[in-house]
Design a protein around this ligand. Structure first.
Ligand code: DC
Length: 223
């Protein structure tokens, strides 16, 4: 069973990172975390966000993997646990820029396809239904209004005691959406056979319930 979950920044992972998918019996794979780990590596290497040759070369030295400990996803970069280091705005913005690079995408897409071949997954990203898993059993395009997403992010950061400005967060979200949707390679777009779920006015529970129902129907041969 494979579920492709695509959508703009800050929808899927803000829902599923908090909710482990025990009910669905699927492994949740946040592919954005892989692009973020790569971005952290590139920031540390000092490669400029627009130096495509440098990014192509440097990216080949990054070994990225995901493991699960007590149901929690752990992100590894060259043997270092970077789970706690990749959620900053700086890393997110670099990830959005460096993910346009063809060599970065090739490397991470192939890793993601290997992961899906080994387990039942719900894979969250931008290009999962259109490129990584074109034959996914279920495709969901999960979206939410940019202000709602900014509010969720603001609450998340504030809860961690991080000072932030909600207007700036929304601005960044809109800019990132534009970049993700307009890049040349595998831009974010709804797959033709994807079901749209607008989570703007849904609770986390309702989103999980909606997707769980789709999976149950598929398993029962109803969809
Ligand atoms: O989901 P996120 O915000 O953590 O992702 C960070 C960036 O990674 C996002 O701006 C674009 C990129 N990304 C991608 O290009 N393809 C994916 N499948 C997932 C993320």
């Amino acid at each position: 069973m494979s579920v492709a979950l695509d959508g703009p920044a800050g929808v899927g992972n803000s829902i599923f990172a908090k909710k482990k998918e025990k009910r669905m019996n699927l492994i949740y794979i946040d592919t954005g975390a892989m692009y973020r780990a790569m971005a952290l590596f590139l920031i540390r290497s000092g490669v400029g966000a627009y130096n495509s040759m440098g990014i192509s070369l440097e990216s080949q030295r990054a070994e990225i993997s995901l493991t699960y400990e007590n149901g929690e996803m752990v992100v590894w970069l060259n043997g270092e646990d970077v789970t706690g280091l990749i959620r900053t705005e700086e890393v997110g913005n670099m990830a959005s820029k460096s993910s346009v690079n063809a060599d970065v995408r090739k490397k991470l897409v192939s890793l993601q396809q290997n992961m899906a071949a080994e387990a039942d997954v719900i894979m969250d990203g931008r290009d999962i239904g259109t490129c990584v898993l074109p034959n996914a059993d279920i495709k969901v395009y999960l979206t939410a209004d940019s202000f709602v997403r900014a509010t969720r992010r603001f609450e998340e950061l504030t809860a961690k005691g991080i000072a932030c400005d909600i207007g700036k967060i929304e601005e960044d979200i809109i800019e990132r959406d534009y970049r993700d949707m307009h890049r040349e390679l595998n831009p974010l777009k709804q797959a033709e056979d994807a079901v749209v779920v607008d989570s703007s006015y849904m609770s986390i529970e309702e989103v999980v319930e909606t997707i769980s129902e789709m999976i149950a129907k598929k398993k029962n041969g109803e969809a």
